[in-house]
Each structure stands twice: as structure tokens, then as C-alpha cells.
Design a protein around this ligand. Sequence first.
Ligand code: ATP
Length: 198
Amino acid sequence: MLKIGLTGGIGSGKSTVAKIFEVLGIPVYYADTEAKRLMNINEKIKESIRQHFGEATYKNEDLDRKYLADIVFNNPEKLELLNALIHPVTIKDAEEWMQRQAAPYSIKEAALLFESGAAENLDFVIGVYAPQALRIKRVMKRDNLAQDEIVKRINRQVNEEMKMKLCDFVITNNEQELLIPQVLKLHQHFISLANSSL
Ligand code: ATP
């Protein structure tokens, strides 16, 4: 079974593209959602978060997300440490999840596929590209955030053009080129690859 990564910067449309693949019957692992779940149930992560960020990170076994976010938000080193604790466990969880899927291919959607090292375990990576101005406009609307706040977040991420160069395929989500035909074309490509490797 083929293992496909799906990545892109904030507001590029990764989740939107992932949902189209899901409609086509392809299972999708949403790394961000799963990482949040694992932070609440995985004893290894809980133990290391408590150890590095203090006992107050958990209240009655539930992660105090706001407390942790305040610690890492303006501290790149602490954020890197947090990611280093979470990524290996999430990568393993995604790997096991992919093994369990019966579809011809499955997808892992993650903002930090290359940065986390997760791309190494995948057969191909799809990048979702959108121009920065459009990404800002989308996230302002979706999350009700100020423009400068989104720009700060974008500036903390790897340059989008560089990231797309690392991808095997790029979907352009600029609201001019149609999205669904681009997804269908890749879907057909992966199905025929999966069939030829049977
Ligand atoms: P993040 O990394 O911030 O979670 P993302 O890359 O997963 O973002 P989405 O949540 O899929 O991005 O898209 C951001 C917003 O833009 C959403 O509100 C989505 O509905 C909207 N959007 C994405 N693509 C399109 C499109 N082609 N046309 C109209 N709206 C779109």
C-alpha cells in the first residue's frame, strides 16, 4: 500500500484537499488532530511534557493547552523541544495507522512533514500551494485573526516555495485553477501505481 504525504503552509488548503481525497474513499491521517489526541492519551508524551514543561501542563490528566501554548508561543527553542517530543510518537502512530488501512493508498496530512522527518517514511509527498496574500485572507476569515499575527506564523514556517520544491507533486490552490481535477489526476495516478505494484 502506497503511503502519501500531504503538506503545505498555513491556509494553503491542505485540509480542504485532504477532504476531497476522503470523498474518493482514501483514508486520511490528520497529524495535527492526532498529535493533540496523543498528547492526552499517550503516557510517553505526557511524561516527557510534564518533565520538560512542568506538572502544571496537565490538569486531572488533561493537557492544559493554553498553558503550554503560552510557554512555547514566543519561544522557538521551547517549541522545537515540544515538537521533538511529539513528532516521533506521531510518526510511529501514523505508520501503524497506515499499515492498518486496506485502501490502495493512504494519506498523512501534516504541516511539518519535512521538518519533522516524517517525509522519509512516505512514498510520495504532495504539496498544496497558494499565494501568501490568499493564505492570509483565508486564515483571517477562518480563525478571525489579525493580519500581522498570521504573517508572524507564516514567517516561523519554512519558505513555501522552497517546501514545494521538495514535494513530488504540487496542487495549486489559488482559486483560479480548479482543485477537484488536480486531485482526481493524482488519485488516478496513485491507483494505477498501486495496481501495478500488486
Ligand atoms: P492550516 O495549516 O492553517 O490548518 P490548511 O492548509 O489545512 O490550513 P484549509 O483549512 O484547508 O487550509 O483552508 C484554509 C481556509 O481556506 C479554510 O477556511 C478553507 O475553507 C478555505 N479554502 C481553502 N481552499 C479554498 C478554495 N479553493 N476556495 C475557497 N476557500 C478555500
